[in-house]
Design a protein around this ligand. Structure first.
Ligand code: SF4
Ligand code: SF4
Length: 347
């Protein structure tokens, strides 16, 4: 807050695209209000999407300040965690032995880590991705677990540190040095906190392999929704586009893409304190898509966008699945899908 109070010029560049800042004022005015209980709690209305960081001419990080405010609010015991129980239970169950799995062959130093949402919504695609990655990295293993992003974003530092610390220590203990991720949220968490671990998006690895030549006439025109955790990850963004094109699709970019992509509404669990956020944000992205199917590399984004427009995941195209889901995958189905992967015969 001190840095923001000293450096923000209140130019308003970050306010223009952000409904949260339009209500709360510039990062300077938020910082000047100080660490009052009310001001700290207001940070839970920010999705931590990072769009403000991307557009700030002073290279400031309002999202970093707001994340720190969440942590302070949580440390002071100000947050009513009941509002976030669905997310916290989801994280707790996903990191439990019921759903965790390590398939690490002897001598393995590299694993595929698909995260939570992709296994919950597309278990068959996870197996197919793993199969393709094994063709390129024969000694690769598979780890099913949760990276703790929910606790991280809610500012629950101790809980996040325990969850992520246990995961990263286990991987290191088993000799893992490289992780291929399918979830942009996991990628960001692991890059920021997984000291000594080389983290690469699985899409980059797949795109670096031999891709089929796209047909002369594209099957369809699609748009790409870049997930906000991959906002500053041009390599991942490029790889996803290469994969989509290799499946025979023509891409028309959304006005908000790359570093200026919009949050799908799931970011920061804002829905827990501002119900209707997902509906509002997905409608904005659907309006930009103007009827063209929206493809994302984040299963949570794809699931949210399904409520507003035709939306799928890049892995849907990779497995030739073009009938995009008509509605989000139910909670019960997600757990069944994850159990299916937990006990699937794989290696
Ligand atoms: S992180 Fe996103 S929601 Fe939060 S202030 Fe920045 S642009 Fe707005
Ligand atoms: S864009 Fe940067 S300088 Fe301008 S109001 Fe936002 S944080 Fe302040």
């Amino acid at each position: 807050m001190t840095d923001m109070a000293a450096s923000c010029t209140s130019c308003g560049e970050c306010v223009r695209p952000c409904s949260f800042l339009q209500q709360q004022g510039t990062p300077l005015s938020i910082a000047q209000q100080g660490a009052t209980d009310r001001n700290l709690l207001a940070a839970y209305g920010c999705s931590l999407c990072g769009l403000c960081d991307a557009v700030c001419p002073e290279s400031l990080s309002p999202s970093g300040m707001l994340r720190a405010m969440r942590s302070e609010a949580a440390d002071r015991g100000l947050v009513d965690l009941k509002a976030y129980a669905p997310w916290l239970n989801y994280e707790k169950m996903g990191a439990s032995p019921f759903f965790r799995r390590d398939l690490i062959p002897p001598g393995c130093t590299i694993v595929f880590f698909p995260g939570c949402s992709l296994p919950g919504t597309r278990p068959d695609a996870v197996l197919e991705l793993f199969k393709r990655l094994r063709l390129m990295e024969p000694a690769i293993g598979l780890v099913l677990d949760c990276c703790g992003k929910i606790s991280h974003d809610l500012g629950l530092t101790d809980r996040f540190t325990a969850l992520f610390g246990r995961l990263s220590q286990r991987l290191r203990h088993k000799g893992i040095t490289r992780i291929l991720t399918a979830c942009p949220g996991c990628s960001k968490i692991m890059r920021n906190y997984g000291e000594g671990l080389d983290v690469t998006s699985a899409y980059e690895v797949l795109a670096a392999g031999t891709l089929p030549t796209p047909p002369a006439s594209p099957l369809n025109v699609v748009t790409i929704h870049d997930p906000c955790p991959a906002r500053f990850d041009p390599a991942q963004q490029t790889a996803v586009r290469q994969l989509v094109q290799s499946c025979g699709y023509q891409i028309e970019e959304l006005p908000s893409h790359g570093t200026t992509t919009r949050c799908c509404g799931q970011g920061g669990m804002v829905e827990g304190c501002v119900p209707g956020t997902i509906k509002q944000e997905t409608r904005l992205i659907a309006a930009e898509a103007a009827g063209r199917p929206v493809i994302s590399s984040c299963a949570s984004c794809s699931d949210s966008l399904t409520t507003a427009t035709a939306a799928g995941h890049v892995v849907d195209l990779l497995i030739n699945k073009t009938d995009f889901p008509a509605k989000p995958v139910s909670s019960a189905r997600r757990w069944l899908n994850r159990l299916k992967l937990r006990f699937a015969r794989i290696l």
